[in-house]
Design a protein around this ligand. Sequence first.
Ligand code: PLP
Ligand code: COI
Length: 364
Amino acid sequence: MVDFEIRPSPLPASPAQRAAALAAPGFGQVFTDHMVTLRWSAGSGWHDGRLEPYGPFTLDPATAVFHYGQEIFEGMKAYRQAGGSIALFRPEANAARFNRSARRMAMPEIDEETFLHALELLVTQDGAWVPEGIGNSLYLRPMMIATQRGLGFTHPSDSYLFCVIACPATAYFGAAPRALTVWLSEEYTRAAPGGTGFAKAGGNYGGAFVAGRLAAERGCDQVVWLDSAERRWVEEMGGMNMFFVYAPAGARPRLMTPALTGTLLPGITRDSVLTLAALLGFDAEEGRISTDQWREECASGALTEAFACGTAAVMASIGTVRGVDGQWRIGAGLPGPVTGRLRDELLGIQYGTRPDPFGWVHKV
Ligand code: PLP
Ligand code: COI
C-alpha cells in the first residue's frame, strides 16, 4: 500500500459555514475541506500520496486528458449510520470497477488497499461533513486523469493523477419520492459492442448530454439508452441501471434487469438489488426487453413497475415512458410497492437500521 502524507487545511470551514452547507447541499455543488491526491509515473508506479486542502490543479494546456479524454471515475457514498458512526457501502466493488475501467482505458490500476485507504483518510478527516438523515450522505468521487504533457497519440500517457473529492449530498431526484418520466433515445446511442460502455469513463458521460437536453426539451427527467444496433433493446439510463417488475395482484413478484452485455455499466446498486430481491422472496433474473415489449406488457398489466437504480439516485420509480411514437404509463404512473420494499431494505442496510447479512457495510 502507498503511504500518504497528511497536510490538514489551515483554513477549514467553520462549524457555522459547514452547518449552512449541510442544511441544503443539493448534489455536487459544495465540497469538503480536503482531497486526496496520488501520482503515478512510468518506472516509479504510485507515489506522492497526500491528504491535502481541497483546491484547484495547475495543468499545462497540452496535458493529455484535455485532448484524448483519458479519464475514469467512481461514485460512492459515506452514510451516517444509526448511533453516529460512518460507513461506506461495498467500496471493494468500486475499487474493482475502477480497475476494470482503468484496464479498458490503458491506465494504471490501483491496489484495493490503497484505494480504500484513500477513501478512509478523506472520510475520517472530513467526517463532520457527513450529514445525518436517511437520504443524505457524503458523496465520494474518486477519479484518475492522464497528465503527460504533449499531443502525441502513439501511446497512452506516461503519468497519471488519482484524486478523491467529497461533497455532502441530498436525494438526487428531490426529497419526496415521485415517479420519473423517461425519454427513449432513438436518435443517439451511448455505447456499442467493443466500446467503453462498461467502463466509468468520462467520455461516456460527455457524449450523453445532447440526448439529456433533448429529453429535457420533451419534458422528461432522464434518457433511456437503447442498443446501438437495432435501437430496440433497453440498456440503462444516464447514470442508473433499470429494473422491470412483474407483480400482478396475488402473484410472487418477478424482477428483470438488462443483462451486462458490455455496453452498460455494471452497477453496484443493480447487483445489490438482485441479491436483495432473493432475500425478500422475489424472483430476479437478468434478461432483455424491447421497447415494444415494454409498452405491450404495461398495456396488458403484466409489467406493473419499473425503476432506475444507482448510487446517486438510489432507487427511483419510472411512471411514464415517452418516445417519438408517443407515450405510455407504467401501472398507475406512481412509485410502486415492490420498488418501495426494495428501497427500504437497501437504505436500511446502508444507514444501519437493518441487519447487513451480506457484509456490505464497511465501517470507517
Ligand atoms: N449506469 C451508469 C451509466 C452510471 O453512471 C451509474 C452510476 O454510477 C450506474 C449505472 C449505477 O451504478 P452504481 O449502482 O454502481 O452507482
Ligand atoms: C453515481 O451514481 O455515482 C454516478 O456516478 C451517476 C452520476 C453520473 C451522477
